[in-house]
Design a protein around this ligand. Structure first.
Ligand code: GDP
Ligand code: CA
Length: 317
């Protein structure tokens, strides 16, 4: 069976662990969001690709959910001693090695998709990990201005430095309209038996992937089953509600499914707490199933993956 997923970072990586336990023989392709990417100290950092790669490759910091296990921060503290910023984005020494290697390969002219393949030769994540595009796409956050008009910051500055506390007026996926899908992306969607949306941030993780021209059209032609990242009206971890508020989507399981819409989504898994979403008129045309959606460990997550595959099989009939 061929399964293709659109993915952000932590929510996607956790779901993938369960999916791989549930369907060990499936051929998995992960199309990762690269709009969170940021250049820091001249290094190209890909937070979402790395979270998936480290998690599935056994190198993740389990406590944080991102970054390398057992990391130290000598390089960052040496930079701080020079007064070199920014000081709000944490980069461990082990993690920096990944970014140095990535940046030097990019500087030598390799596209990000090839660079990611090289990095995965070490980590052997067990999935084909593709960036959504080899072209640079960056999520920018428009903040309401005080007096002199609005101000735009990189997504990471809003998310990490401001903790999404300043209400966002809008998100802009800079470069998306001119970007092309990375090699293999459209084929992986077209050739998939099922396309899954893991419980990733719908606005700033899945949103930019779908904004790359050609990807949404390819996805629309498939049977797509999604897993709600919202349980009981709140994100389980992270601040996805701040993103949804900015685009006027209610932070509910039904709100997120309606945002994707029935043209994109055939099936939607919600938590038992949200089972009333099955009766929501705005979800007409989307098959909703309720089950426990907390990814508390691999067995619980495998059960979510099993339900997603069962719903996809039912809908494809
Ligand atoms: P990020 O790029 O690291 O922010 O990660 P993603 O976009 O892949 O996923 C973040 C989303 O995962 C958040 O919006 C959370 O609501 C969701 N999430 C985290 N843990 C769980 C969980 O246990 N169950 C469900 N259903 N969603 C979760
Ligand atoms: Ca992310």
């Amino acid at each position: 069976m061929r399964i293709t997923l659109l993915a952000g970072g932590v929510g996607a990586a956790r779901f993938l662990r369960g999916l791989m336990a549930e369907a060990p023989d499936a051929q998995l392709t992960v199309i990762g969001n690269t709009a969170d990417d940021i250049t820091l100290f001249g290094l190209h950092v890909c937070p979402d690709l790395d979270t998936v790669m480290y998690t599935l490759g056994g190198g993740i910091s389990e406590e944080q959910g991102w970054g390398r296990d057992g990391d130290t921060y000598s390089v960052l503290s040496e930079l701080a001693a020079y007064g070199a910023g920014p000081d709000w984005f944490s980069l461990g020494d082990r993690d920096i090695a990944t970014h140095i290697h990535r940046t030097s390969m990019l500087a030598a002219g390799l596209p990000l998709s090839s660079v990611t393949r090289v990095l995965c030769q070490r980590w052997q994540p067990g999935v084909e990990l593709l960036p959504m595009s080899d072209d640079r796409v960056e999520t920018h956050v428009v903040l309401p201005g005080q007096g002199e008009g609005e101000r735009t910051v990189h997504f990471q500055e809003w998310w990490v430095r401001m903790h999404a506390q300043v209400p966002a007026a809008a998100f802009v996926f800079a470069g998306a309209a001119e970007a092309t899908p990375a090699p293999g992306v459209i084929e992986a969607i077209e050739n998939a038996d099922v396309v899954l949306f893991p419980p990733s941030n719908p606005v700033v993780s899945i949103g930019p992937v779908l904004a790359v021209p050609g990807i949404a059209d390819a996805v629309r032609a498939k049977t797509v089953v999604g897993v709600s990242p919202i349980i009981g009206g709140a994100p389980v971890r992270g601040m996805a509600d701040a993103c949804l508020a900015a685009i006027g989507v209610p932070a509910t399981a039904a709100g997120v499914a309606a945002h994707y819409g029935p043209e994109l989504l055939a099936g939607w898994l919600v938590d038992d707490q949200d089972k009333q979403a099955a009766d929501a008129p705005e979800l007409a045309g989307i098959a909703v199933r309720a089950l426990p959606l907390y990814m508390t460990g691999v067995p619980a997550t495998a059960a979510i993956a099993r339900a997603a595959l069962a719903l996809a099989a039912e809908l494809a009939r």
